[in-house]
Ligand binder design. Sequence first.
Ligand code: MG
Length: 255
Amino acid sequence: MVIIKTPKEIKILREGGRRLAAILYKIKEQIKPGVSSKDLDSYAHRLIKEGGDTPAFLNYRPAGAPKPFPASLCVSVNDEVVHGIPSSKRILKEGDIVSIDLGLKHKGLFTDMALTVPVGKVSPAAAKLLRVTEEALKIAIDAVAAGNTTGDIGSAVESFVRAHKYGIVEVLAGHGVGRAIHEDPFIPNFGRAGKGVKLAPGMVIALEPMINMGTKNVTLDPDGYTFRTADGKPSAHFEHTILIREGEPEILTKI
Ligand code: MG
């Protein structure tokens, strides 16, 4: 069921989104060679707690998962697409690309955001993948309008990304967010214009293109969380939480 948020909820989500974006940009500043993915997670956890909020992913157990997620931040490096589990043994090195994905619960309501960040100097091919994926998120947001559909968003992302011959991850998608970290509707990064769920003012959605340099196919690690590309090529991921309004949508995860 799609939930329309009340004006009071929207106010809380706007503040939560602002806090989340501020934290994620602080974590981004810490990304450099020699830092472990666990260091980033510990920092995320501390910043959320200092603000009096709750990390949304810590101990979250999606349907079918073998155990609750053990961290606050998802850190996915290179061929890891999303939901990478932070580890003190995973040391970032020059040339890596690292997706940081964070959910925050503020006054009982959830927002969700992700960025992919280069570690030091990366290859031109990796830099292009980041640019195109970030642009794909902008294109997704541009397709958001009351009266449009989830298929309009997917179709816009798909036609833009296909032109670059990249793989669009199909088994994972954007989603409604707010009262829970994952709500209806499911918002694929591909699709047909005019199809799917109609967008209405007061809906809050997380848009998150996950784009692979090679094949669209992904595999799931035995840890039950880490998705990675089937061909070992890198993947990128950008995400914002968006409020649908009459007229232009509002990005809630911004400072
Ligand atoms: Mg999300």
